[in-house]
Design a protein around this ligand. Structure first.
Ligand code: SAH
Length: 177
């Protein structure tokens, strides 16, 4: 066995990425306070071929050194936009036909392994602040709350890990391997 070099990985260029078809999934960061977390989600959105990443509320936008550190160039490939009001964005995306799924632990959330993402042709995933979670304004607006089961002592996962786990499950079900 040998590890693959950059060339052997055969990745698309940022230009090719921009023009290739994406999975019909958008990711929304609802007031993420750590720029390292923002960069990390950029990198995951690049890997998972998402349509667009929305940065909302207090979430910092590129260019920022602390975002670049973990995005490792993904801010150049992933299409992104800053929208201050996350609830207004959710309403707009819902009107455009997206299923609004908050990734959050709520009294009505559905456990990730029970979700059939193929029911939702266009999916909007929203993750929340490291301390306060998802904005309360989103609770009456969303179509679905997705919860990742946990088996340990901690209340929650790091937001970038939660985003990656749900994104991968959605992509896998939508035909990405
Ligand atoms: N103390 C906060 C924790 C937020 S963790 C709270 O009580 O809400 C930051 C974000 O990560 C959450 O808003 C959610 O989007 C995501 N997250 C973390 N663990 C999760 C889990 N087990 N299931 C679903 N989302 C989770």
């Amino acid at each position: 066995m040998k590890k693959l070099s950059m060339e052997e990985l055969n990745r698309v260029t940022p230009e090719q990425f921009k023009s290739q078809d994406k999975f019909p999934i958008v990711m929304v960061l609802d007031s993420i306070r750590s720029m390292n977390n923002v960069g990390s989600v950029f990198r995951t959105c690049d890997a998972m071929n998402v349509e667009k990443l929305y940065l909302c509320g207090i979430t910092a936008c590129p260019p920022q050194k602390e975002i670049a550190k973990t995005a490792l160039g993904a801010t150049e490939s992933v299409d992104w936009e800053y929208v201050e009001d996350v609830a207004a964005l959710a309403r707009r995306l819902h009107e455009e036909g997206y299923t609004i799924a908050i990734v959050e632990q709520t009294d009505e959330s559905v456990m990730l392994p029970r979700i059939d993402f193929t029911q939702y042709p266009k999916l909007c995933l929203i993750v929340g602040n490291e301390v306060f979670g998802i904005s309360d304004a989103l609770l009456p607006l969303c179509d679905l709350a997705v919860e990742i089961p946990q088996f340990g002592t901690k209340h929650s996962l790091n937001v970038t890990i939660a985003a990656g786990m749900v994104l991968w499950e959605a992509v896998k079900q939508k035909g990405g391997l």
